[in-house]
Design a protein around this ligand. Structure first.
Ligand code: ADP
Ligand code: MG
Length: 685
């Protein structure tokens, strides 16, 4: 069995289970094995009843103090059990488990574990799991992996499938020598995969993580470096000069550029007019106004008689760019003849677009990955722009550039990374920074609250909608069943609809919807036919609806602060006062304090690094800091030290053996070649 074996060949995975796995994009054994746990659950020691706080998952060691009370409401069988320890008493509620009445007899002592909620002044643990004292203490030392799931698929099923697959799996030969691994302090790939899924202890988990993340970074950087040799300082095949078009456009705009935008626009103009080909990254925080700078560059390109392309990571974003630019083109009489190209267009629509691109009728091509398909032939592509660069593989950026004859390259990213890291990641690019926001912005008002605040939040939302504003609500999960104690988009939307006034239009959006449906919902939101949009973090990328003034994030404790900061960037984009409500389901002091950092700063990088300081290594699982540069496991902030190590290793190897010809490094070259053929994105291995 190898990575390309279909998962249906794994013993125990039938058609039905395979369909569930398919929802998670797991079709082959390789994908199954790299479906790494999100985090690990451990059973913490029981605590006294008096010390528990609502909203926490905890365990208490207590005895049943009275005969359980059983009642039936419609088809729900409810069993209420009162338990006691030295410090106090509380209620445990079980649904549809009537047989427990015989087990939980007065005087019986167990450990009860579950999520505690407050009901009035009382605390109630719902649908607790119960263990004998012995059982519980045995479990306490075990790390239980928790996977991303989908409705119908349980942790147990995933774990069983992984165990079964691993038992008959043949690992590919290591790309690294024994000596190298030892010097780098890395375990074998095989052990790392084993340990990640079936960990012995936290130490082992961290070691395994180190190896897997090292590989992700190493191959990503190796490719970047190999790539760099070719692309440095190419002669400028499309020397162009500023025309009256851009000047006139700037004069007509309702706002003037910020100082930072002017500076970056100047750098771009200089690049495109110089004797070398432009290769530039624009880094600027969310809302800093990167788009207009790119549009100016594209306009200069069109005015010089060339084609330009703008590639975005999602259809929603591509369509948004297309619509805005088309509108500006008409309004200001710009020299653009734009065309849209995205995957969800019909074959006929695509063919029409291909024709316009090939014969030069279109001089601005806006789209998604569809722009780099083989079928697309450009007439005279002189500038390629990628928006939200971190969402793409390096290879994709490169492929767009290869579409033309060494066109100018401009990439845009909101990733708040320090300069040193930017040099590692974007070593082949010049960097421009937009480090100020447009002046008309009112600072966003933030609050960090617990779930008890919800009724107030809903009233506030209703009020903002009544004033004509729009609202985002973010939930971590898509649908019921992915994870028990976390809010999901589908159910939350139903709940909101029943709470908000009936004239408030509420809809949802998530990554598992068909692209066409996503586009439709986004368009409706942009057109203000939807007032409240409940969404997963898909909304994080680039969306610009200046009329939206409220961002409410449920289970905010589950997100990295840098990611919350990106989410926050979806509001505060217009002239109205905007608000962020971060709802934490966890009332622990540390959790609230961490979220308070968002109040202190608007600097994405500062926020991310403060977040890191507050967490221990074991707590880093399940929290993606960046939500960007999407490696499967690695995270550029959390794993900054491994990133540095991988970067040094790549440099050392290339210094010794530039072309990877020696016996020791040949496997690396073969690996690169194979990956290149299959167009594998190195971030997702
Ligand atoms: P991002 O950098 O996150 O991509 P956008 O380019 O989407 O940000 O810009 C956000 C909003 O700010 C847009 O509505 C845009 O029209 C507006 N904007 C851009 N530059 C300025 C400026 N100098 N003054 C006022 N508003 C601006
Ligand atoms: Mg943007």
């Amino acid at each position: 069995m190898n990575q390309n074996t279909p998962i249906t060949e794994v013993k125990g995975i039938g058609e039905k289970t395979a369909k569930l796995f398919a929802k998670l994009d797991i079709y082959h054994v390789g994908e199954l094995l790299s479906h790494y746990p999100k985090d690990y659950e451990t059973y913490a020691p029981p605590i006294p009843i008096a010390q528990i706080k609502p909203g926490e998952l905890c365990a208490v060691r207590a005895f049943v103090s009275a005969i359980p009370n059983q009642k039936r409401i419609r088809n729900l069988d409810i069993l209420n059990v009162v338990i006691k320890d030295d410090s106090g008493a509380m209620q445990v509620t079980f649904f549809n488990m009537p047989f427990l009445k015989k087990v939980l007899k007065p005087g019986a002592c167990y450990v009860f574990r579950g999520l505690v909620q407050s009901r009035g002044n009382a605390k109630v643990m719902e649908q607790a799991k119960y263990f004998t004292i012995d059982e519980y203490y045995k479990q306490m030392n075990v790390l239980m992996p928790r996977y991303s799931l989908t409705k119908g698929l349980t942790n147990k099923t995933v774990q069983k499938a992984v165990r079964q697959a691993l038992s008959v799996y043949t690992f590919e030969k290591e790309c690294f020598s024994q000596d190298f691994l030892q010097k780098q302090g890395l375990m074998s790939r095989k052990d790392a995969i084993q340990e990640t899924h079936f960990p012995e202890n936290m130490q082992g988990v961290l070691q395994a993580r180190k190896r897997i993340v090292f590989d992700e970074f190493f191959f990503f950087l190796l490719m970047l470096q190999k790539n760099k040799e070719v692309s440095s300082a190419l002669p400028n095949a499309y020397q162009m000069f500023e025309t009256a078009d851009t000047v006139r456009f700037l004069e007509q705009l309702p706002f003037s550029l910020t100082k930072a935008q002017k500076k970056v626009w100047g750098e771009i103009r200089d690049d495109m007019g110089s004797s070398y080909c432009m290769n530039r990254l624009i880094q600027g925080d969310v809302g800093s106004g990167k788009t207009i700078v790119a549009v100016l560059a594209l306009l200069m390109c069109a005015a010089n008689g060339y084609q330009g392309a703008l590639m975005a990571p999602t259809e929603v974003l591509a369509m948004q760019h297309f619509e805005n630019i088309t509108r500006d083109t008409q309004q200001y009489g710009l020299a653009f003849r734009p065309v849209l190209l995205v995957g969800s267009m019909t074959a006929k629509e695509k063919r029409a677009a291909y024709e316009k691109i090939a014969d030069g009728e279109a001089n601005l091509i806006i789209g998604t990955h569809a722009l780099i398909q083989n079928k697309v032939e450009y007439k005279n592509l002189a500038l390629v722009v990628t928006d939200e660069q971190h969402r793409f593989g390096v290879r994709q950026r490169e492929m767009l550039a290869e579409k033309g004859n060494q066109p100018h390259v401009l990439v845009m990213s909101a990733t708040p990374i320090p300069r040193t890291l930017a040099i590692i990641l974007y070593g082949d690019l010049h960097i421009s920074v937009i480090n100020e926001l447009p002046a008309n912005r009112l600072p966003i008002k933030n609050c960090v609250v617990n779930t008890a605040y919800r009724p107030k939040a809903y009233a506030f939302i209703a009020d903002q909608v009544a004033q004509g504003r729009q609202v985002y609500v973010i939930c971590p999960m898509v649908e019921e069943g992915e994870q028990e104690d976390v809010e999901n988009v589908v159910e939350y939307t139903a709940k909101l609809k029943s709470i908000l006034p009936s004239n408030v239009q509420t809809a949802y959006l998530h990554g598992k919807m068909r692209p066409a449906d996503k586009n439709r919902v986004m368009e409706e939101f942009a057109a203000h036919n939807i007032d409240v949009l409940v969404s997963t973090t898909v909304i994080e990328v680039g969306i610009n609806v200046p009329n939206a003034t409220v961002m409410m994030v449920e289970n905010a404790e589950r997100f990295g602060l840098a990611q919350l900061h990106q989410l926050r960037g979806r509001v505060g984009r217009g002239a109205h006062q905007s608000y962020c409500i971060f709802v934490s389901a966890n009332e622990k002091k540390e959790s609230m304090e961490r979220l308070q950092i968002l109040n202190q700063s608007n600097d994405g990088f500062f926020i991310a690094s403060e977040d890191l300081k507050l967490r221990g290594p074991g707590e880093l699982f399940g929290v993606r800091q960046s939500g960007e540069l999407s490696f499967r496991m690695g995270d550029i902030y959390t794993d900054a030290a491994i990133l540095q190590q991988a970067s040094e290793a790549v440099e050392m190897i290339l210094r010794k053996d530039q072309n990877l010809e020696s016996e020791e490094y040949k496997p690396l070259r073969e690996y690169l070649l194979k990956a290149d053929e299959n167009m594998v994105d190195f971030r997702s291995i």
